[in-house]
Design a protein around this ligand. Sequence first.
Ligand code: NAD
Length: 491
Amino acid sequence: MSKKITKTTLPLYIGGKACLAISGKSFRNENPATGRKLTDVEQAGRRDIEKAVVAARKGFQTWSQLTGMERGQVLKRAAALIRERRMELAKNEVRDSGKPIAEAPEADIDSGADALEYFGGLAADVKGEHLDLGPEAFAYTRREPLGICGAIGAWNYPFQIACWKAAPALAAGNSMIFKPSEMTPTNAVKLAEILTEAGLPNGVYNVVHGMGETGHLLASHPDVDKVTFTGSVPTGRKVLKDAAATIKHVTMELGGKSPLIIFDDSDLKNAVSGAMNANFFTQGEVCSNGTRVYVHEDIHDDFIAALKERTEAMVVGDPMNPKTDMGSLITPDHLDKVLEYVRLGIEEGAHLVTGGEKLTVKGFEKGNFMSPAIFTACQDDMRICREEIFGPVMSVMTFKDEDEVVNRANDTEFGLSAGVFTQDLTRAHRVVAKLRAGSIWINNYNLTPAGVPFGGYKQSGIGRENAAMALEHFTQVKSVYVELGDVECSY
Ligand code: NAD
């Protein structure tokens, strides 16, 4: 009997419809909090990628010929459908990623809808320039789409990543082939269904599932014009190499080890809130997290006392319970890696103030739970202060003066984000100007509105997502010189 799509199949989505993989392969997707199977995911091989590229090329031909206004209307309809299905999508995200339902509707689903609405509004405004060259000539530029965009996502914000990539790419007239993380593949297909329902022509947004090999096939395909990647620095390097073979456009949203600087005049309650958001949101699995927390030595003890009390009051457990603050880490291997960093921190001489223990949650014995960890007495050269842990582990260090802390904050190969808490406006802006990071918050942390560019300095990335400038990364400029006079020629 031939294979069919059933309720437990998560299909590929190519050419406007759900389909089985030609490869004949599939893999298991499970809920990290329970270890239970969610779906059998169809795994794309070489022929599936070929099929997606053919569909995306066809989709591009139709879509790029529509007006920006027409494209924008589709994106805005999709945003409205997402808002209608907010809780259903949020629950998918919680089941796939283990993050708490207290976060997902707003941080994941609304953030995705915002991107589609925002770029839907901008689609009619993608334009070139008129360049005056005197009475006898002028030039103009056309801002044109790139073609097929290959997109590869990470597992921590699956729906948000899918939307942040699709919205500007599609607004500008491109088509897309998206490979979600193999660990969180569900909502990429839901987004594809919603876009089709909103009127997106077939083939404009396609979803292929698989591991690194599927990502490699996509990133190295000669007919893919651009690669937009979200993931770790080491994988980013491989994807860049693949893209280099045919000189593709690239956007890289990579990892970080961001500093959060808390001056002695900070509002202590807000500073503690900021540090907690910067370390424990989504189990600490956030690229922009401020995991190196520099606290002025004069307020260190008060800061730690308040932080410890509030951290120990956090509820870790069933991600679907609205009272849960922290859910399950993504996999047992990842939990082991994070716990290994806790062990390493102790070995390196940092003081574990609280947390850092594996937790067993009743009814969720197969989940990957741990208590949020706070280290003090950390040194800049400790591995826990230099490497991205990607879990709920905060490293606190003290500092004395501004120049010293700025130098220490910048001493990293990463440059995704940073935070500054102070009541002194002049100091805040002076420090921000010296920090080498792409996204910086003053007196808050980890907010990413659709209209504000997001992306990294140094090894944290290339290009920006969000904001009008993201359209520049999904378009190319054609310059057209127009002669109104005679052609000068000495022959
Ligand atoms: P990862 O690099 O392991 O995987 C990311 C994606 O790349 C996955 O879809 C994976 O299947 C795919 N992949 C793996 N090998 C590949 C290859 N050779 N070619 C093409 N694709 C390949 O990252 P992850 O563990 O999924 O996510 C965590 C990382 O993502 C962290 O470093 C985090 O900081 C980063 N991240 C960055 C941002 C940002 O916006 N800067 C956002 C979220 C996550």
